[in-house]
Design a protein. Structure first.
Lengths: 113, 113
């Protein structure tokens, strides 16, 4: 079946550090890939997405590139801020669009000033 | 904000009692979802709906039922709550517009004693 494996953390970084959160997937066909973020006490928000190989999603300084050859969709940010402290989820949808999402277990990030 | 509200936001109940959680949306989306979030598991799909009176099971549907009698409301019922159903429950809708994305409600924290 379809699955997503991501770094689980928790991870603590200092402000302005570089962030990478690894995400790999197993799926049939050509899934769409997503990163969602959950701030404390809130629901999940879409951070970025990519729908085909070599697409790069980007938002709020975060980037992720859909790598079909390595079945990966790693999330990166060059300089994190305290406000980036949250839980980050990688997800895939194998039915086109976002009809049914399969999530990774999430990774909690804390950024200290 | 996709106009999603969940009620109640917090509930404490006892084992064996029935519980109903409500998800309400204001934007006439066809697809609605119920997930549960547990530490170490990320988000897991319980049930989803693709139209009024059209529902299907997700990954962890045992012990849960759903109903959708009108577009704006999607109800999740625990017929006889168990301690293993202590969790945070999230409702989501699928926006099939240009971004084709799922948007999440604020969540309901349920504790079964």
């Amino acid at each position: 079946g379809n699955s997503v494996t991501q770094m689980e953390g928790p991870v603590t970084l200092s402000e302005e550090a570089f962030l990478t959160i690894n995400c790999t997937y197993t799926a049939t066909g050509y899934p769409s890939l997503f990163w969602y973020v959950q701030y404390p006490g809130e629901g999940l928000q879409l951070l970025l997405k990519a729908t085909k190989a070599d697409d790069k999603g980007s938002n709020k300084g975060f980037e992720a590139t859909y790598r079909k050859e390595t079945t990966s969709f790693h999330l990166e940010k060059g300089s994190v801020q305290v406000s980036d402290s949250a839980v980050y989820f990688c997800a895939l949808s194998d039915q086109g669009g976002s009809e049914k999402l399969v999530f990774g277990k999430g990774m909690k990030l804390t950024v200290n000033p | 904000d996709a106009g999603i509200t969940q009620s109640p936001r917090h509930k404490v109940t006892e084992t064996g009692t029935p519980v109903t959680l409500r998800c309400h949306q204001t934007e006439n989306h066809r697809y609605m979802y119920w997930y549960r979030q547990d530490p170490g598991h990320g988000l897991r799909l319980i049930h989803y709906s693709y139209g009024v009176k059209d529902t299907d099971k997700g990954e962890v549907s045992d012990g849960y039922s759903v109903s959708r009698s009108k577009t704006e409301d999607f109800l999740l019922t625990l017929e006889s709550a168990t301690s293993s159903q202590t969790s945070v429950y999230f409702c989501a809708i699928r926006d099939r517009g240009p971004t084709d994305t799922q948007y999440f409600g604020p969540g309901t924290r349920l504790t079964v004693l």
